[in-house]
Design a protein around this ligand. Sequence first.
Ligand SMILES: [Zn+2]
Length: 235
Amino acid sequence: MSYCVNCGVELDASAKRCPLCATPVLNPNEIGKLSEAQAPFPVQKGQVEPVRRKDVGILLSMVTLAAAAVCVILNALVFREHMWSLAVLGSCAVLWMFLEPFVIRPGQSVYLSIFLDGAAIAFLLYMITFLSAGKEWFWELGIPLTVFVTVMAELLTFCLRRLPRSFLTVSLYSITAAGLLCTGIEILVDCYVTRAVSLSWSAVVLTVCGVLDIAFITMLSRRRLRNSIRKRLHF
Ligand SMILES: [Zn+2]
């Protein structure tokens, strides 16, 4: 026995509608069997297409572009004292360039990505020169440092990709690169600040890296040592 859900009148077993108020009669057990057109609510779950990398790339590009554009307009019309928007512009370029290979062109050569990152950083530094008193620091410190760090990053990437890879060799390359990087940075900063090279903190780093490197090379050259380390570290 069934009753109308609207007015409560008793219904015939075969009734499709309530004879009194014309409310459709639906058996909840049969709703699943109805076709899409007959069912009172959607029978299938809606599917949202998965987000593509390209869409994320477009979103990222638009957000960075909008941020840069808004700052340039604000700088031009409202806060006109300094050309601060150029620094924002440079930062947006760096941010975009760093994220671009992951989001927009995942297949891009890693060497090209590193080069472009370096170029973006140089661009940011150049933009900052408009806010500083002189441009000498850019040519004498900014550019040499950026070029040096970029070249080191390229070399380390080359070693990691082309030379034999194991826990010991990766440690060897990374520690050597860290030591050289610190030394190079101190030399460049010294050249700019005092016009003379005198290593201090980087000499300590270099010594520690040198000792570690010797340890790694020894472990690599002694088969038994190497195998024992591989076993202990599960490589
Ligand atoms: Zn009714």
